[in-house]
Design a protein. Structure first.
Length: 74
């Protein structure tokens, strides 16, 4: 890949991670709020929150590869 393509890919991977973080925080906020308010845990919401963590966790290694490749091209 060219340097420009790598930079575009790096930017898109960072965008995915940045997009997912507020969603994860929001989902866990509502799950924990209900838990601390003494309400029953919504296991569907908890499952979705846990699965949402998989997005950044899956993308992060690819981002590191792209950053390493960019570093080597300098």
């Amino acid at each position: 890949m060219s340097k420009e393509e790598l930079k575009r890919k790096e930017k898109s991977l960072k965008s995915i991670i940045i997009f997912c973080i507020p969603i994860i925080i929001g989902l866990f906020y509502f799950v924990l709020r209900d838990y601390f308010d003494g309400k029953e845990i919504d296991f569907a919401m908890l499952t979705i929150a846990i699965c949402t963590i998989g997005g950044p966790v899956t993308v992060y290694p690819e981002l590191k590869k792209v950053q390493e490749e960019l570093k080597n091209k300098k």
